[in-house]
Design a protein around this ligand. Structure first.
Ligand SMILES: [Zn+2]
Length: 196
């Protein structure tokens, strides 16, 4: 965590990672003690800063908030407890819950298509995390024709990440949190950022 950020993406990434690595969003953090923190601000100061960023995030409606969590929260939680029962890596429940919310939200977009929640989940996750996976790989993974993958990708991509003519829902959510974090003084305006 930093006292002041030059960019909103870094502020979101740090705040969303801070909580899970402190065990705040995960019961596994209690089971596996000694989860490390990637903080630069230390201890309570870092936790307070992560809390300030999260409070701004919580001012958004559920869907825009979930879009940002999928895009910027860690997908997995790394655990270094070395307990024999611990695999060292767990799905981040906050990320997964946000993804599920976005998947439900995008359902009505594909009413003309054969419903495939598995495919839609994979596409939404890939689009929001900018993960490049070929249509052939997705088709195999989700048991559908690659034309179906292409068709669903085009619809979801246009709405979530936008087109040349229209901003996507992720862009709109990002613009909103960017304004809030700048107003709160957590992200500095470009003109006031000092060259380090
Ligand atoms: Zn562990």
């Amino acid at each position: 965590m930093r006292d002041c950020y030059a960019g909103t993406a870094a502020a979101l990434r740090d705040a969303l990672r801070h909580a899970v690595e402190r065990g705040g969003a995960s019961s596994l953090g209690v089971l596996h003690q000694g989860v490390p923190s990637a903080a630069t601000l230390s201890g309570d100061a870092a936790t307070a800063q992560a809390g300030r960023i999260r409070r701004q995030l919580d001012r958004l409606s559920p869907v825009p908030r979930a879009l940002l969590v999928v895009a910027y929260a860690p997908r997995d939680i790394v655990c270094n407890c070395r307990a024999p029962c611990c695999s060292g890596r767990y799905p981040n429940p906050e990320w997964r819950n946000a993804l599920d919310l976005v998947v439900v939200h995008t359902g009505p977009l594909l009413t003309g298509c054969v419903p495939n929640v598995r495919l839609r989940t994979a596409l939404v996750a890939n689009l929001l995390t900018r993960t490049h996976e070929t249509a052939v790989s997705l088709a195999q993974r989700c048991g559908v024709h690659r034309n179906t993958v292409a068709e669903h990708t085009a619809i979801l991509d246009a709405v979530l990440t936008g087109t040349r003519q229209r901003a996507g829902e992720l862009d709109a959510a990002f613009a909103r949190i960017d304004t809030l974090l700048r107003e709160a003084g957590i992200v500095a305006d470009e003109t006031r950022v000092q060259v380090a």
